[in-house]
Design a protein around this ligand. Structure first.
Ligand SMILES: C[S@@+](CC[C@H](N)C(=O)[O-])C[C@H]1O[C@@H](n2cnc3c(N)ncnc32)[C@H](O)[C@@H]1O
Length: 331
């Protein structure tokens, strides 16, 4: 089990997961290609109808994922089958895995449930490329001002390309290190901060892609934790009272997940965690094999605050990548 990875990797996972859960993770890492999942991005009814008709005509069977907005799983085809479609070329669909779609869906559900406006919002996506979540945010409401921040110039270009292809306009792209690049913005000016953090990527390991695991090193986890913490530290001042912070990673490392939530809970008493744990049960009920683990409250000698249990820790599996989410509201 976990053969290509160093023994410390398994030792760490054993502190968190049961034998059954480790089997699920292993099967996720060993799945060469998952069934493609995509989102219909267009809001124009005729384009939606065209997309569904084209999929039907090409005999591509799709199943809607009811817990995600406009998301479908392709049951009998590959990503390449989708690339060849007119609706793909037209930018009406976007390939985006199940778990990556969750944060913005959670946000939408929360705003709707709490009767909060989805319009006229100021939103920052702190680590935006290649743009999956930025483009989802663009469909949230109207008259929203979205800033997409990205460190890498090359990835910022990819972000720009994807947004253009998806007909998403008026996104302000800020290229630079998010620890400094947004200092020009005033305090208490942002309604929604989304931070889909750069991380050690343990949730997206795939044995057929050596690059996804050969650099695994405990030092990277520590380095990522410090970077994530510093990006948050330098940008939390932007969040308005009543504003929402969504934090996510695609790693399993508690330092970068519960560790960051713990840091926020200890240092920012104005941040209250929103309980999203029940959404995991909804995902599990879908019968796709999506599995979550409620929380990690202790890892080696570190004990985390009990409230971290309000986050969501999703196991990698043969159907989805591993993911972690925490959601806060500022008092
Ligand atoms: C997990 S990816 C974001 C994925 C994106 N949110 C999506 O849904 O398509 C993290 C991104 O953070 C960027 N990044 C890394 N360090 C950064 C920093 N200091 N400031 C801003 N962005 C950074 C990486 O280049 C990478 O594109």
């Amino acid at each position: 089990m976990f053969q290509p990875l160093p023994p410390l990797f398994l030792e760490r996972l054993k502190k968190i997961y049961s034998d059954d859960e480790l089997q699920i993770i292993e099967s996720g890492y060993a799945t060469p290609k998952r069934n493609p999942v995509f989102r219909i991005h267009t809001t124009q009814q005729e384009n939606i109808e065209y997309t569904l008709a084209e999929l039907k005509e090409k005999e591509l069977n799709i199943k809607p994922l009811s817990f995600l907005n406009q998301a479908y799983i392709l049951e009998n085809g590959t990503e390449k089958d989708l690339w060849d479609l007119q609706c793909y070329t037209n930018g009406w669909i976007y390939l985006q895995g199940i778990t990556s779609q969750i944060p913005v869906n959670l946000l939408k559900n929360y705003l709707e449930t709490e009767n909060l406006s989805k319009d006229n919002l100021k939103i920052i996506d702190l680590a935006a490329a290649p743009g999956g979540k930025t483009s989802q945010l663009a469909t949230l409401g109207t008259e929203n001002h979205i800033i997409a921040s990205e460190l890498s110039t090359i990835r910022a270009e990819k972000l720009r390309y994807n947004l253009k292809k998806l007909w998403v306009e008026d996104i302000e792209i800020v290229t630079g290190d998010a620890r400094q690049s947004l200092t020009h913005l005033p305090d208490d000016s942002i309604d929604i901060l989304l931070f889909d953090a750069p991380c050690s990527g343990e949730g997206i390991i795939n044995y057929t892609r050596e690059k996804s695991y050969d650099g695994w090193d405990i030092r990277h986890i520590k380095k990522n934790y410090l970077l994530q913490r510093d990006i948050l530290r330098n940008n939390l001042r932007l969040l308005k009272p009543g504003g929402i912070l969504l934090y996510s990673t695609c790693t399993l490392a508690p330092e970068e997940n519960e560790g960051i939530l713990h840091f926020l809970l200890c240092n920012y008493p104005e941040l209250q965690m929103i309980d999203i744990s029940s959404y995991s049960r909804l995902l599990e009920g879908e019968g796709l094999g999506v599995r979550s683990k409620p929380w990690v409250t202790q890892f080696w000698d570190t004990v985390y605050k009990k409230e971290v249990s309000k986050g969501m820790r999703i196991l990698p599996s043969s159907q989805n990548e591993g993911f972690f989410i925490g959601m806060f509201r500022r008092d």
